[in-house]
Ligand binder design. Structure first.
Ligand code: PLP
Length: 403
């Protein structure tokens, strides 16, 4: 079946901060000038309808009129085990290794609660996903950033020397590793993960491994699960997954961890049970089961064709038309991360000027300072291609034309 990734769905009034950001108090955008529609290119959800089997699974279940206490069905675990095997080549995963998480960030916090004392330092790469910054600082831990560096091919790389220096200096025993990396779009190669994990083994650093983006891998790249690179990695890593990025289900809430190390698993399960909040929602369970069906595998294949096309279009457009804006070619995710330092310097503009100019013509792009990058912008490309084209045309005509 051919799924629809070209229709522009009207999400206004349908509980979407992407198109109605006034619903939240954590972002504000410049007012859009009359005559321009708003194109949502910020928060990490997609302007596509999810695979119909998700709706069907929820509706079928909702037709039964009792919604009492429940435990996850065997199908839930089977769906995850098959997904992990087919997408990530995972062998030997059983139900006992899988645990529900009320959001990946909730899983990060539960794991760090086990691994860290208050005030401990946690190693992160920068640029950094804004959610990590929030949940780590809110809970009283200190972030130590190890900046990623662009190599001579324009690929973001870890700086292993810097990581080692900081691990030693700050006595670090926990890291949050984002694979693939948001916002840089890196899909780490096996040797890179191996080298990072060797370092973590050497200094006994436990790894909270966020693989929420691992289904969204662009052409020519392959996701390597962190736990797969060695026996030690399998035992020192808490891996977090969700169908939410892949199938646009963030509003339904529902993630899961894979933890092979029984000591860690028992402690994290205990920790996350303490609030009595970490409980699965019945309909979110059906959403995952509906997504991880044969139709979901096919839908994702078609989605990736669309994302590949959008990312390539946007990447080439920036390279060709926005002189002074630097960017790495994304390898995964649907985010583009623009370094605007040189452009702003040449034009005598601030990043606020640039952000405002785009937002005024309806391009709702996102301030890179949230991601620890002083003069950068993150753009979400998970939209029908016609909207991506429209957004870049507006940026060229009204924002970057002066360069
Ligand atoms: C790397 C990363 N982790 C976690 C999340 C949020 O996950 P959740 O909503 O399950 O907490 C996001 C959302 O954009 C993300 O990019």
């Amino acid at each position: 079946m051919q799924y629809d990734f070209t229709s522009i769905i009207d999400r206004h009034g349908k509980d979407s901060i992407a198109v109605d950001p006034e619903m939240t108090n954590f972002v504000s955008f410049a007012a859009t000038k009359p005559g321009f529609s708003r194109i949502p290119m910020w928060v990490a959800d997609m302007n596509f309808a999810t695979v119909p089997t998700v709706q069907k699974a929820i509706i079928d279940r909702a037709e039964h009129p009792a919604f009492g206490y429940f435990a996850p069905r065997e199908e839930y675990y089977r769906a995850i085990i098959e997904w992990q095997e087919r997408h990530n080549g995972v062998k030997g995963l059983t139900k006992e290794h899988i645990g529900y998480e009320n959001g990946v960030l909730g899983g990060v916090v539960s794991a760090l609660n086990v691994l860290c004392s208050k005030g401990d330092h946690v190693l992160l790469h920068s640029p950094t996903y804004v959610g990590f910054t929030g949940c780590i600082t809110n809970n009283g831990w200190e972030i130590v950033h190890s900046p990623l560096k662009l190599d001579d091919q324009g690929i973001w790389r870890m700086d292993f020397e810097d990581m080692e220096k900081k691990i030693v200096e700050y006595k670090i025993h926990a890291t949050v590793f984002c694979s693939p990396h948001n916002p840089c779009g890196r899909v780490w190669e096996r040797w890179e993960i191996e080298r990072a994990m060797e370092l973590f083994q050497k200094y006994d650093v436990y790894v909270v491994d966020d693989e929420i983006w691992s289904d969204l891998i662009l052409n020519g790249h392959r996701h390597i699960p962190t736990q797969s690179v060695s026996e030690d990695a399998r035992n020192r890593t808490v891996s977090l997954y969700a169908p939410s990025k892949t199938f646009n289900l963030a509003g339904l809430v529902g993630s899961y961890h894979i933890i092979y190390n029984q000591y860690l698993r028992d402690r994290i399960d205990k920790e996350s049970s303490l609030s009595h909040y970490n409980e699965m929602n019945l309909l979110s369970m059906y959403a995952l089961i509906g997504a991880y069906q044969p139709e979901g595998y096919e839908w994702l294949k078609q989605l990736m064709c669309v994302l590949n096309e959008n990312v390539e279009y946007a990447y080439q457009f920036v390279k060709t038309h926005f002189q002074g804006v630097e960017l790495a070619r994304p390898q995964g995710t649907y985010m583009l991360f623009l370094d605007c330092t040189e452009w702003c310097r040449k034009q005598g503009k601030t990043i606020d000027d640039l952000l405002r100019a785009g937002q005024e013509v309806g391009v709702l792009w996102q301030d890179g300072r949230m991601f620890q990058a002083p003069c950068a912008i993150r753009m979400n490309l998970a939209l029908p291609k016609s909207l991506v084209v429209e957004a870049f045309d507006r940026l060229e005509q009204y924002v970057f034309h002066i360069s």
